[in-house]
Each structure stands twice: as C-alpha cells, then as structure tokens.
Design a binder for this molecule. Sequence first.
Ligand code: GLN
Length: 486
Amino acid sequence: MTHTLKHLSTLLAQGQASSVELCQDYLARIQRLNPTLNAFITVDPARTLAEAAAADARRAAGNAGALTGVPIAHKDIFCAEGWLTTCGSRMLSNFVSPYDAHVIEQFKAAGMPCLGKTNMDEFAMGSSNETSFFGAVKNPWDVARVPGGSSGGSAACVAARLAPAATGTDTGGSIRQPAALCGITGLKPTYGVVSRYGMIAFASSLDQGGPMAQTAEDCALLLNVMAGFDTRDSTSLEREKEEYARALTQPSAQPLAGLRIGLPREFFGAGLSGDTAQAVAAAIAQYRALGATTVEVGLPNSNLSVAAYYVLAPAEASSNLSRFDGVRYGYRTPEYADLTDLYEKTRAEGFGAEVKRRIMIGAYVLSHGYYDAYYLQAQKLRRLIANDFAAAFQQCDVILGPTAPTTAFKLGEKADDPVQMYLSDIYTIAVNLAGLPGMSLPCGFDAGGLPIGMQLIGNYFSEARMLNVAHQYQLATDWHARAPQL
Ligand code: GLN
C-alpha cells in the first residue's frame, strides 16, 4: 500500500473503494505489524469503522469533500473525544478525553476517520520515542533503531504504510526529525497557524501541530484541514483561510527558475555525517537542475539554539505540567497520607525520568536569582536567532540543509546521554525559536539503507511556496515513494 492521500481521494471519488474498505485494509495491516513496531498506543476498530461508515454515507448523500473517507492517525498528544489520550505518559494513562482538540474537530469536519492514536515520547520530550511510558517505537526500516521523536509513532506508521497520513507536533523538531529518520515528509507551520487548543502543552511558545505524509502535496492537503483561526487559543492567528496547494505547479523544464536557495554555512560543518552531507549535496545539485540558484548565508547564532531551547522549553514545561496533580484527572497514587503526600507521590510515580529532568531544570531557571542569569539570557538569544533568519531571508527565498546530523541511531544508543540526544535537533530547534515554518523531505539513503532527510525553512507564512519547492523535488526524484519491506 503505497497510496497517497491524493490517490485514495480519487479511488473514493470514483467509487472504486469505500472508506470502510480502506479502513479495514489499514486496520488489518496495523494488527499485523503494530506488535513489532509499537507505533500505536490505541486502536479502536469499531470506532474507526463507524466513522468510516458515516463518511461513506456522507459521500452517498453528495456532500463529501476531497478527503472525506480518507483515514488518518493522530499523535496521542491531541485530545480526541472518547479516545484514550495519554501523551505517552503514565500520568494520563487512564485519561479518556471528554472533548476534541481544534485539529481533531477540523479532521472530523472533513470526514477523515481516525485509525488510532500514535505513540510518542512522554509529553513530547525526546528525539527517539524511548521516553514513552508505552515503550519505544521501532523504526520500520530497521527495527533495532529508533524512529526519531517525539512524533515517532506518527512517522513510523506513515513509513510502514499503517496509515496514509498522521498528525504530529513540533516544539524543537518533533515533526521534522522523525520524518527524516523514517523517510517521510513532514511540515511544521509558522507559529500560530494551527490552533493549540486541545493539544497537550509542552512549551507553549514553541509547540505547533503539523502534517506528516508521504508527499509534500499530501501535506498541503492536510494543512488545508488543520490550519485556521481559533478563538480558544490566544496565539492562534486571525488570518484569511489559505489554500496551501495553490502554489503547486506542474513539472516543466526549469520549474524553479528564479528561486534563491540559502545554504547556511553553520549547517554543513563538524557533526554532520558524511552520508547525510553527500545526500544533501546531491539534492542541491538537483535543485540547480530545476532552475534554482544557491547562495551561502550565515546563521551565526544558531550554535546557541540548543542551549537557549533547553532553558526556555523546560521553563515553560515546568509551568504547563504543574496541572498534573492527581486531583482532577489522570493518574493518582493509590496510597497517601495527606494532600502534599498525594501531590508528591502522584508526580513521582506518574512522570518518567526525562519529564522530571525538564521540570527540575525549568523550576531552577525560573527561580529567584537565576531568572536573569538563565531565562532572560535565553530570551535574548531567541531574538538574536530570529534576527539571523531575518537577515538570511534578505538574500534568499528558502533555506536548505540537513534535517538531522545522522540517520536513525540504535535503540538505547543515546538513551543514557541526554546531551547527545538533545543534539539530534541541532538543525531544527532554531526554526521553532524563530517561529518559522520548516519541513523535512526524503533525499536519499545511507550506506546501511536508512533514509536521509533534508530540511527546508521558509519565511513566515511561506508554506504554500515552500511546499512547491518540495513538490518539484518530489516530481523529479522518487526517494519519498520508497517504502520498507514489511
Ligand atoms: N527533541 C526535542 C525535545 O526533546 C524536541 C521535542 C519536540 O519537538 N516536541 O524537547
């Protein structure tokens, strides 16, 4: 099943398949492969098939949209009414959401049945999916390796064709890095384009939901559904509805003539693996053949982005995660002496090690006496990093580089070394700090047959154009169409 959304949409429109049939096929594949991959935390076939039957009825009644009946998987960070919504944590291991996230509402309105909730790093903290309370996800290209994180379940299920598409969220790279490690396409929109309402908060000034699929064209179709103003998220942007596929053009001799691609010198230095450097160089050559020109740009403060992020993201997380107290919902310790004991035991038992590490760092950098030294400094760095991008976009239309320094690493390889793990996001984090849109798309394989991703970074609100830059590459190459043998 190497079906794109575009293809499935056509099958449904021409009556060659029903939504129930499509969902049955995917559910059968999930049943066969999920025990190995662990990409889903929850599947509920009866619920999925009921949604599919409703989509078929809607199509029969003549009010179907392009994606009505096409199934999708959702990261378990999105609250979905009636679904267990765990965020990868023991803390929410018994939480059945009483309401839908804005993103879920939009997919329901489009008539897209939910195939299940995908595994993720606990509270989206991680780059390997190993911090999930529900166990690690396996990379479908090599089950001894990680799929990346934190949207690793979503990336693995799309790569393994357990779902034609999935939602993800990206705070420092969690859509792009797993997309790269699993050989799929993923997009993090401009901050504020997708509502965070009902998306369990990690670091609110950085979190952004986005699509993960086989192709850029499919990501455009999904973003059409996901994006939009929502009064329930105070950072949601009130803008006119966009058609994200509008800039996709047909193949032609020089489809990208006039496009200026910026190559940040900081992204091609030490730390980048040889195979990745080579694949990205070949992609750059391909872009020149498509008519684009390249220019070297500088992002001189980008080497500080990981340090700034690991002050700011934990600071926001320590505040956001204070709501999990064992009183109102979620996990509660079975035995306690008094209220303080209830809080302490619930949080000690309900959160895993990485989440506790972030809460402690966050509380520390926000505390009296350290706020100026760490938090305020990090906010200043954030501004400098955003200024670097603003200067770079004076010289180019889109920035290109690697998504991650290496291909998928072995399970356990970095689990005991948080700093090595944090460096997996060295090329992606600055984009979140600046609030810019970025995407990852497949651009080759390493010597061991593992997929390599390249990253595109656009200026604010340039998603439609960036999607065409990716689309033209995908018309000229077939990396995105390759799937692991399973
Ligand atoms: N890997 C980064 C972290 O652990 C980013 C995660 C994300 O984007 N949610 O915080």
